[in-house]
Design a protein. Structure first.
Length: 254
């Protein structure tokens, strides 16, 4: 089934350029002139991604983003801003209103394609089932709450590497692992090595969240084929960025 993308921009040239770039990749495009037109159509259509300019007549991009995020039925729609506003204040304002990503005009075709591909994959895996591994109940709760803020709501918990392997056996639909390093019974590093040595799980994305920030530790984890690495404490934004980096790498490899 084709993904449907709405493009909101008052420039016909920009709309045609984006429509051409994305339609040849198999996306269905709905093109609108401003935020007002977008808000009229959004509730009636199943929009998988919204790409919007900021400077538009009637209802501008900031107002559009705010309205989408305040609508219970639309609030989870991914939003990419594509604008010629490059000041830090404008970028921060758009992100604070709820934009997921910000691209500055002029843009290369491959840039918008790569960005859309990331959100396509994220949309396909919004029902990702995470395995959250940490011997600290509090830290597991922090990770789970951070995932919930990113609309990832399906998870299984494990208290150490040994428990994690058992959970993988009993939950074959787990498709993303977030693990601590220092744990009893079996450490996070030992868990990663066990995952990579089992052909059933060897390609699972693994994100390590740990206090171990020495260069040698990071190198050791990467050699064990950890996909990415976060130092505690962390913010939901950092978690999101690392997950997206892993997903974008998956796209590149494919």
């Amino acid at each position: 089934m084709k993904k449907t993308i709405m493009v909101a921009d008052d420039s016909p040239i920009i709309r045609k350029l984006i429509t051409f770039s994305l339609s040849i990749k198999g996306y269905e495009i709905i093109s609108v002139n401003d935020g007002m037109e977008a808000l009229e159509i959004l509730p009636r259509e199943n929009i998988d991604l919204l790409i919007t300019d900021l400077n538009m007549p009637n209802v501008d991009g900031f107002e559009l983003i705010k309205a989408v995020r305040e609508n219970d039925e639309l609030k989870h729609t991914p939003i990419i801003v594509l604008s010629n506003l490059s000041e830090t204040d404008d970028i921060e304002r758009a992100l604070q209103f709820g934009a997921d990503s910000y691209l500055i005009k002029p843009f290369e075709q491959k840039t918008i394609l790569n960005e859309v591909q990331i959100f396509k994959l994220i949309g396909e895996v919004m029902n990702l089932k995470f395995l959250v591994v940490d011997d600290s109940v509090t830290m597991r709760r922090i990770v789970i709450n951070s995932l919930a803020n990113l609309n990832y709501l399906d998870y299984v918990e494990a208290s150490d590497g040994k428990d994690a392997l058992a959970k993988l056996e009993s939950n074959p639909d787990i498709n993303f692992v977030i693990t601590d390093w220092n744990m009893p019974e079996m450490s996070g590093l030992e868990l990663v090595k066990a995952i990579r040595s089992d052909e059933r799980f060897s390609e699972l994305p693994v994100l390590m969240v740990t206090t171990r920030g020495l260069k040698n530790d990071i190198i050791e984890a990467l050699k064990a084929r950890v996909n990415n690495y976060i130092l505690k404490p962390f913010t939901p934004q950092v978690l999101r960025e690392k997950i997206e980096q892993i997903l974008s790498t998956t796209i590149t490899e494919k």
